[in-house]
Design a protein around this ligand. Structure first.
Ligand code: ADP
Ligand code: MG
Length: 140
C-alpha cells in the first residue's frame, strides 16, 4: 500500500491515515507492527479498531497481553508481545490458530518476536519516531 515512508506530522494525521488504511483491511488479515516504544503502534491500532467499527471491548482473562474486540462479523485481536520472553509463552498464546481463523483481524505489536510464525500475506507496518509530534510510517 505504501512502500515509501510517509510522514505523519501530528497525531491527527495519524488518525486520518488510520481511517484510510482501515478501508483496505479485509477479514482474515494479520497486521504486524514494528517500531520502538512510543512510535505510535498502540495509538494507530486503537484508531484502526474504532474505524473498523469496534464497539464492545472484552478483556480476555487468560491472555493479559491480548485484547479481544468482538464485532458483528469479525473479531479484532490486539496483541502486544512487548513483555513476552520465552518461546513457550509464545506457543501458549495460540497465535497460529488466531491467524488461521478467517473471522479474525489480528494486530500485533512487537511482531518481530514472532516473525517466523507470521502467515503469508501479513501486512507489515513500520513506525518511526521523528519528534514529539511527528512519526514516519511505511507499509509493506
Ligand atoms: P507504542 O505503542 O509504539 O509504544 P504509543 O501509541 O503507546 O506507542 O504512544 C505513542 C505516543 O505518541 C502517544 O502518546 C501519542 O499521543 C503520541 N504521538 C505524538 N504524535 C503522534 C503521531 N503523529 N502519531 C501517533 N502518535 C503520536
Ligand atoms: Mg504499544
Amino acid at each position: 500500500m505504501l512502500d515509501k515512508p510517509r510522514i505523519l506530522n501530528t497525531e491527527k494525521e495519524t488518525k486520518k491515515f488510520a481511517k484510510r488504511f482501515a478501508k483496505t483491511i479485509k477479514k482474515g488479515s494479520v497486521l504486524a507492527f514494528y517500531g520502538d516504544l512510543g512510535s505510535g503502534k498502540t495509538t494507530f491500532i486503537n484508531y484502526l479498531a474504532r474505524d473498523l467499527g469496534i464497539r464492545r471491548r472484552l478483556i480476555s482473562p487468560t491472555f493479559v497481553i491480548q485484547r479481544i474486540y468482538e464485532n458483528k462479523d469479525f473479531n479484532f485481536h490486539h496483541i502486544d508481545l512487548y513483555r513476552l520472553k520465552s518461546e513457550k509463552e509464545i506457543i501458549d498464546l495460540g497465535l497460529l490458530d488466531l491467524f488461521e481463523d478467517p473471522n479474525n483481524i489480528v494486530a500485533i505489536e512487537w511482531a518481530e518476536k514472532v516473525e517466523k510464525m507470521l502467515p503469508r500475506g501479513t501486512i507489515r507496518i513500520y513506525l518511526n519516531y521523528i519528534d514529539k509530534d511527528k512519526r514516519a510510517i511505511k507499509i509493506k
